[in-house]
Design a binder for this molecule. Structure first.
Ligand SMILES: [Zn+2]
Length: 124
C-alpha cells in the first residue's frame, strides 16, 4: 500500500474503531432501555411494547461487536504487513474501499462473490 503509511493506517483504524465503539455503546444503552420498556409493557399489558425494534437493535449490537473484532484483526495485519491485501485472492484491496471499510479483509470482487454464495445458500 503506497497510499497508506503504517502510522496513518493505524491512526485511521483507531479513529474508525472509536466511532464504531461509540455507536456500539449507544446501541447497548438503547437495548437496555428497550428491554426494560418491553418488560414493563409485558407486566402491565400496556401497548408500548416494541419487540421488533428491540430485536433489531440486538442484531445491530451483534454485528457491531463482530466489527470490533475485525478492527483488531485489521490492526494485526497492519503490524505484520499484510493490511490492504485480500485474504482470499491475495490481491491489493482498492484504497477507496479501505477508506470506506477499513476493517475489511476482502477485495470487492471476493466480497461480492462471498455475498453471492451467501444469498444462494439462503435460497436453497
Ligand atoms: Zn480478493
Amino acid at each position: 500500500m503506497k497510499e497508506f503509511t503504517k502510522e496513518r493506517t493505524i491512526k485511521m483504524l483507531i479513529e474508525k474503531k472509536e466511532e464504531f465503539q461509540r455507536t456500539l455503546d449507544n446501541s447497548k444503552k438503547k437495548f437496555k432501555e428497550d428491554v426494560n420498556r418491553d418488560y414493563h409493557a409485558m407486566k402491565t399489558h400496556t401497548a408500548d411494547m416494541n419487540l421488533a425494534s428491540t430485536i433489531n437493535n440486538g442484531h445491530r449490537i451483534k454485528t457491531l461487536a463482530k466489527i470490533m473484532v475485525k478492527f483488531d484483526l485489521a490492526m494485526e495485519r497492519v503490524n505484520n504487513g499484510t493490511y490492504g491485501i485480500c485474504t482470499e485472492c491475495e490481491k491489493e484491496i482498492h484504497p477507496d474501499r479501505l477508506l470506506q471499510v477499513p476493517f475489511t479483509e476482502y477485495c470487492i470482487t471476493c466480497k461480492k462473490q462471498k455475498e453471492l454464495k451467501k444469498t444462494s445458500s439462503y435460497a436453497t
